[in-house]
Design a protein. Sequence first.
Length: 268
Amino acid sequence: MEKNRYLNRIGYTGPVEATTAALNQLHKGHLFSVPFENLDIFLGRPIVLTLQSFYDKVVYNNRGGYCYELNGLFGWLLTAFGFNVTMLSARVFDKGSIGPEFDHMVLLVEAEKPLIADVGFGDSFIEPIGFDEASSLQQGYFYRLKESDSQWVLQRRDMESDWDPLYIFSLEPRKLEDFSGMNVYHQTSEDSHFTRQPLCTKATTEGRITLLNNRLIVTSGDDRNETPVTMASGYISMLKKYLGIDLEETDARNFMRHAGTDADTFTV
């Protein structure tokens, strides 16, 4: 790993030391710089579980990725900082049901105290969460970790609603190769959320920018603006302007073909 190049990618200029303060800044920098996205699935490119492939994609090629890629790579960076990092398997809640083991990867990071880090869940917490915190208010949502039968549940609520579970995990250490089966599933199964429509989203200091299928959604505080994207050329332009991803011409053609359109009109 060329650590300085990675740090430049996420805009980090702080001290290289294993402290909670450094972890918070690294976590925020990653989320504000590297999109959560599934575009390779629609480009017809297999997502391979190796740290070097993650690094090449995110750092050299200025791309994003999904949980295995982003948290796998971020864990590598934290280890280079001197943190003790453990990969954990999480099961995601979806409309009352719970996904299978290895559905999602999160990171247990030892700083001054143990914390959960996660730069690969899309719209979620911006700074790592501690096990002993009553709750953490971040960008309009409260987050907390709640113990349940020797496992931990990440919960979220807004100012008015009750707590909702996002995912559940144990503290059993995992290895990158343990996620191989679900990595294949998420790329190939019709039941996977990631094969249904292209998604690219990135946190901002005010909210979030998302390209979901043929819609550009920009949130800032309580404001939400949605713009339809009707042309393939417009989609590629917005992807570069708002999310920093510059698809080459051949990639753009492949993307449109795998996304289900053979003309300039972008509709999935």
